[in-house]
Write a protein that binds this ligand. Structure first.
Ligand SMILES: [Zn+2]
Length: 308
């Protein structure tokens, strides 16, 4: 028996398969990404805690002899096992390597691929349909998010999807998820009107929604120039025409707000509807100007949805 194998048995370390599953679960609990495994990294401790590893299991060194350089390298056995499990998942194309992910997000992280995401949902007994709701990052979707954010901003933008030309490909299948992710990221997970930023207690689901300016129901594009991040209340108020935007992103509120009964549209002492009518209220916008909502989409909303 090899020196390493004996060590694994003596210490009763978890098996590669067990660690692989634990990694997939951790990726899921961390929105699809985890950092490289380094000393002091939270994730390394978290997974060790899940296995209930004792101090010895966490801190035993593995000595590797580098014959070429004639030196001995010492590293934590536990870190090595984590890396090997991740490496094996990457070989199966269930996760992307940090060297690959960094080119996409500028962060050295392991990231789930679509296949890895599917496998994880299977392990956790979560139906695949939940993918539309859960904001878990996947390599393929993030690739599309990047594409969406780097697209050109044509003067003569058409916010409508030409349904005839849309081919259902593997790409279009997760276009909607990429749209939601791109909008939420661009607006820093905050409502563009009120600034509300909040997630679920397990930190998985952001409250803020990606709203279409020209709605999906009339073939509005899943496109950042046709989108806006809004909390649920403002999303609703925007969709039914209580407010719209001017070309300079000022909020234009319906004159019908003043006709509302005294008890309507209020949250305790906060006048939710009245707030919209405040003068010179400008929405919060993304950092990069090229992904601001397009005036052509806003104009359509003003003329077709807004109740002046
Ligand atoms: Zn809001």
């Amino acid at each position: 028996m090899s020196y390493e194998r004996k060590m694994l048995e003596d210490l009763k370390m978890p098996t590669r398969k067990e660690i692989e599953q634990a990694l997939l679960k951790s990726l899921f609990n961390n929105n699809g990404v985890i950092k490289e495994f380094g000393v002091g990294e939270k994730i390394v401790e978290e997974i060790a805690n899940d296995f209930g590893l004792n101090e010895e299991q966490r801190t035993t060194y593995l000595e590797t002899v580098y014959k070429k350089e004639n030196r001995v390298k010492k590293s934590y056995l536990w870190h090595r096992l984590l890396f090997r499990a991740a490496d094996s998942l990457a070989k199966e194309k269930l996760i992307s390597r940090p060297t690959q992910t960094v080119l996409l997000t500028n962060k050295k992280e392991w990231m789930l691929t679509e296949d890895g995401y599917n496998r994880t949902l299977e392990i956790l007994h979560i139906p695949l349909t939940q993918k539309e709701i859960l904001p878990i990052k996947s390599y393929e979707v993030q690739k599309m998010v990047k594409k969406i954010c780097e697209q050109e901003r044509p003067e003569n933008y058409n916010p409508f999807e030409n349904k005839k030309t849309v081919k259902i490909t593997r790409e279009t299948k997760f276009r909607n998820r990429a749209f939601k992710q791109a909008i939420r990221e661009a607006y820093d997970f905050k409502c563009a009107v009120c600034g509300m930023k909040i997630y679920s207690p397990n930190t998985l689901i952001w409250e803020v929604e990606a709203a279409h300016i020209v709605p999906h129901s009339v073939n509005g594009k899943d496109d950042i120039l046709n989108g806006l991040a809004l909390c649920r209340l403002h999303h609703w108020a925007f969709d039914v025409g209580w407010f719209t935007l001017e070309d300079n992103f000022k909020i234009l509120a319906s004159s019908r707000i003043k006709d509302l009964s005294a008890g309507f549209g209020k949250l305790e002492n906060y006048d939710f509807m009245g707030q919209l009518s405040k003068e010179n209220l400008i929405i919060s916008l993304p950092k990069e100007e090229n992904i601001y909502p397009h005036p052509k989409a806003i104009k359509w909303h003003r003329e077709n949805i807004f109740c002046c």
